[in-house]
Design a protein around this ligand. Structure first.
Ligand code: ACO
Length: 378
């Protein structure tokens, strides 16, 4: 059998967290459509939902929110490590290293068997990773990091820790929607990575660090930053068609933020983010980036190559515009994805604990029948 690579179409786990229907462009988290959750839910509700396969009641939601907020502070040693890190280090590399360091300060880091302990650890890590992201953004611009508040939601706390100011409602609502939309997505590359690591019996911090590494790549979570760089390169809405012709039709580049392994219909998350991007663009008085993205999507939608291959904007395409309009630095886009996907990763990790080792086979296509000779005879 020929091997096309990429494990496309292979089912590797039974999960209850999300259903990705790529043919119809639908996404459901544990029974609830993504449209319903994006419209109504707090990120903390989604964290609970993914871990417990049901929505929390009011008390459970407040308990989840407050556990995340109360455990979001990070050890001073991690702040010091970030202060000693060269300022030009990519944010994702810092987030990866700092997340790994968290394990040295977590009393339950090596508890590999108790799922209740693991769920508590997941809440801690979800808050701590958010603090790491905000702290690095300040430290690299020579500002002191700000400790998390215990009275805020994760989205509000992120804005507070970034700016030191009372979180603006428009911004924290937009971040909350982003976190809800990006929280979980079937057997994507980083979730799969986290399951492979967990299935060896390894710990949650290792699994999350591996997932962060997988998410960093431009074919996966790194695409949001690459999409924004592409929009900036295009520069003006009127340049879109020429850029498309030169770089895509006559060149060999890909449109970042377009195409998906599973979605062969529009990604439902992209449609929601497009509406938010448009609204934010209008309210910020700068709709240039939205117009560029919209025009480029339009060029692709009317092009036979993209039509035949069923290539549509994915979640990263319009999220780039949303995050840029909220004044986030481009290399913070993928760390924000980490903050969101902590929910899905940790739910999958807990589910995978004590599961069977994941160990596929490779097809050997190398030489055969050779005999060793001494080095000076080769
Ligand atoms: N621009 C132009 N052509 C594309 C694009 C694109 N963005 N994406 C896929 N294609 C083409 C490929 O060239 C290929 O054409 P061919 O059949 O003539 O060889 C065909 O569509 C299928 O592409 P594959 O790379 O085989 O599809 P795969 O499922 O392996 O890749 C991927 C999916 C990596 C997402 C791809 O579409 C891509 O590189 N997109 C841009 C990066 C991106 O946005 N990544 C984020 C994905 S969403 C997420 O991870 C959160």
């Amino acid at each position: 059998m020929s091997n096309k690579g990429g494990l496309a179409g292979l089912i590797v786990a039974d999960i209850q967290t999300s259903l990705v229907n790529g043919e119809e462009g639908k996404l459901v988290y544990s029974g609830y459509t993504i449209e319903d959750l994006a419209q109504n839910a707090l990120f903390e509700e989604v964290v609970f939902l993914l871990h417990h396969v049901r929505l929390p009641n009011k008390a459970e939601l407040e308990e989840t929110r407050s556990k995340i907020a109360q455990n979001a502070a990070i050890p001073d040693a991690i702040i010091q490590m970030m202060k000693n890190t060269p300022k030009e280090t990519p944010a994702m590399a810092v987030v990866r290293t700092a997340t790994s360091m968290l394990s040295s300060y977590d009393a339950d880091a090596e508890n590999l068997t108790d799922k209740d302990v693991a769920r508590e650890k997941a809440l801690r890590m979800t808050g701590q990773v958010t603090t790491i992201c905000a702290a690095w953004n300040r430290i690299r611009s020579e500002q002191d990091p700000i400790a998390p508040r215990t009275d805020l939601t994760l989205a509000q706390n992120f804005i507070y820790m970034l700016t030191g100011q009372e979180p603006d409602k428009t911004a924290s609502d937009a971040i909350n929607v982003y976190l809800v939309l990006l929280a979980e997505h079937g057997m994507n590359a980083s979730t799969f990575t986290s399951r492979v690591i967990t299935a060896t019996g390894s710990d949650m911090h290792s699994a999350v660090v591996g997932a962060i590494g997988a998410l960093k790549g431009p074919s996966h979570g790194g695409a949001n930053a690459e999409a924004m760089k592409m929009f900036i390169e295009i520069g003006e809405p009127d340049n879109v068609e020429d850029w498309f012709k030169t770089n895509i039709k006559e060149g060999d580049r890909r449109i970042m933020g377009i195409g998906h392994r599973v979605y062969k219909a529009p990604d439902p998350r992209a449609a929601i983010l497009k509406q938010h991007a448009q609204r934010l663009a209008a309210s910020s008085g700068n709709s240039k980036w939205f117009e560029i993205a919209d025009r480029l999507e339009n060029a692709a939608r009317h092009d036979d190559y993209f039509i035949e291959r069923k290539l549509f904007p994915n979640v990263d395409y319009y999220s780039a515009i949303v995050l840029y309009t909220l004044d986030l630095e481009i290399d913070m886009f993928t760390p924000l994805f980490v903050m969101a996907r902590m929910a899905g990763w940790t739910a999958n990790i807990v589910d995978q604990m004590q599961g069977r080792l994941i160990r596929p086979k490779a097809q050997y296509v190398g030489p055969t029948g050779l005999s060793w000779t001494p080095p000076d005879e080769r």
